[in-house]
Write a protein that binds this ligand. Structure first.
Ligand SMILES: [Zn+2]
Length: 95
């Protein structure tokens, strides 16, 4: 089986997820071992994935809008109610 760069790009997920036949995966790996271009491509993808993961981690604790910063008292109240639901302090049925 001859693997081209295009094949490798198209089937990279197969390689990572371990699906497809052993022969196919071996062929893809072999192409990677002999093709610097595809190795760069894979390295670049990994870098991007790492960046996305880092971004997700940084954004996790950030609350888009805090009740304290909301200009409208009604909005602030709604937000704090919403937060209470999320943290399980009270349910929407309470009040
Ligand atoms: Zn290649």
């Amino acid at each position: 089986m001859i693997v081209t760069c295009r094949d490798l790009a198209a089937r990279l997920t197969e390689l990572e997820e371990g699906v497809g036949s052993a022969v196919e995966r071996a062929s893809l790996r072999f192409h990677l071992s002999i093709c610097a271009r595809c190795r760069r491509y894979v390295a670049e993808l990994d870098r991007l994935k790492g960046l996305l993961t880092d971004l997700g981690r940084e954004q996790d604790p950030v609350v888009p809008m805090s009740a304290e910063a909301a200009p409208d008292p009604a909005v602030a109240r709604a937000l704090s109610t919403f937060r209470a639901w999320k943290t399980g302090e009270s349910s929407p049925d309470d009040d």
